[in-house]
Design a protein around this ligand. Structure first.
Ligand SMILES: Cc1cc2nc3c(=O)[nH]c(=O)nc-3n(C[C@H](O)[C@H](O)[C@H](O)COP(=O)(O)OP(=O)(O)OC[C@H]3O[C@@H](n4cnc5c(N)ncnc54)[C@H](O)[C@@H]3O)c2cc1C
Length: 329
């Protein structure tokens, strides 16, 4: 089925970045369709207390924050549908987006003058069933959760800059931080490695991997194995932090917009081209009229507030692209 209406902007993704973009665009009186996906609300729907989103001095529950963001965008006229996008055609003046199963003829086709991609990213997991203890001892975001582990025994898994940052963030609060890495050297930058190895709270466990995560109501401990000797050790752990990378949700767009080597969406902000800041649209992708924001672009910060901030930027760029004038936001 083809919907007759041509929207000003279709936003693919209903997390902090997508809903913020929807708020700005609908408030600027543009017609906005948010295809929020069946997991509308995004990553914060999977957490409890968010203590670092400004404006909530006692914190806010992740799902409450997201329901409020959605309601705020709807208040100004944004239409939100809880459907996963299955196919896109982004090049040209009319952008086409399908939900359902277009190949079986059962899809719904939407069209717009501009598209904002805000599909987020998901953290890589160990594959040991540890997801069941997310928010109950297992975390993928030390910046978000380190403060909950005061005087606790914690483990970070990984060997890149993100793992170094997580270990250092935890060392400010935790009693002990064990950094577990499969190899005998880190791929993190030298300066980050230096900070980690000189921090008295951080102990490095080389050439080891986590082979079991156990718990009941909450995560209680792990088993690690030395990859050289095969020897295993049980550890009683309060917090297990995974810093082994992310999967940006960009498969849908592969071949149509330029992605980086890890699959993150490239925009003017991340391709290092300063010119786009002065003359163009910093959040535009390689395709005219297609913008990107949030964790699907941001390979570094990955916070709700940075995602929301980039959603605002993408909305203002899209508005400028559509109207040829600077926003009256
Ligand atoms: C457990 C956990 C706790 C966290 N705690 C904090 C915290 O305390 N503070 C903080 O600042 N940050 C926290 N974060 C990080 C924060 O949640 C993310 O940085 C933020 O949600 C990114 O927003 P986003 O809009 O870019 O993407 P997401 O929140 O990932 O939203 C992506 C959206 O895209 C949709 N989508 C994906 N594919 C499709 C498709 N094909 N069609 C339609 N829709 C699609 C999804 O359904 C989802 O709605 C936490 C993350 C996790 C996982």
């Amino acid at each position: 089925m083809i919907e007759e209406k041509k929207w000003d902007v279709i936003i693919v993704g209903g997390g902090p970045s997508g809903y913020t973009a929807a708020l700005y665009l609908s408030r600027a009186t543009l017609s906005v369709l948010v295809l929020a996906g069946v997991k509308a609300g995004g990553q914060l729907m999977n957490t409890t207390l968010v203590e670092n989103f400004p404006g909530f001095k006692d914190g806010v529950m992740g799902p409450d924050l997201m329901m409020n963001m959605e309601a705020q965008a709807k208040k100004f006229g944004a239409e939100v549908r809880y459907e996963d996008v299955a196919k896109v055609e982004l090049v040209g003046e009319t952008k086409k987006v399908w939900v359902g199963d277009p190949s079986a003829g059962s899809g719904q086709e939407y069209s717009a003058k501009a598209v904002i991609i805000s599909t987020g990213a998901s953290s890589k997991m160990l594959g040991l069933g540890e997801e069941q203890w997310m928010g109950k001892g297992v975390s993928t975001c030390a910046v978000c959760d380190a403060a909950f582990f005061k005087e606790k025994m914690t483990v970070v898994v990984g060997g890149g800059d993100a793992a170094m940052e997580d270990a250092l963030a935890l060392a400010k609060y935790a009693r002990e931080v064990h950094l577990i890495h499969r190899r005998d050297s880190f791929k993190a930058s030298k300066i980050m490695q230096e900070r980690v190895v000189t921090n008295p709270k951080i102990k490095i466990i080389w050439k080891s991997e986590v082979v079991e995560v156990r718990g009941s109501e909450k995560m209680e401990g792990i088993k690690i194995k030395n990859v050289e000797t095969g020897l295993t050790t049980d550890m009683v752990v309060d917090g297990l932090f995974l810093a082994i990378g992310h999967f940006p949700a960009t498969e849908l767009f592969r071949g149509q917009v330029v992605l980086d080597e890890k699959g993150f969406l490239k925009t003017g902000i991340t391709n290092g081209n300063a010119k786009v800041w002065l003359e163009g649209y910093p959040t535009m992708t390689s395709v005219d009229g297609v913008f990107g924001c949030g964790d699907v672009v941001d390979f570094k910060y990955k916070q709700a507030i940075t995602a929301a901030g980039m959603g605002c930027q993408a909305a203002l760029d899209a508005e400028k692209y559509l109207t040829g004038k600077v926003s009256s936001y």
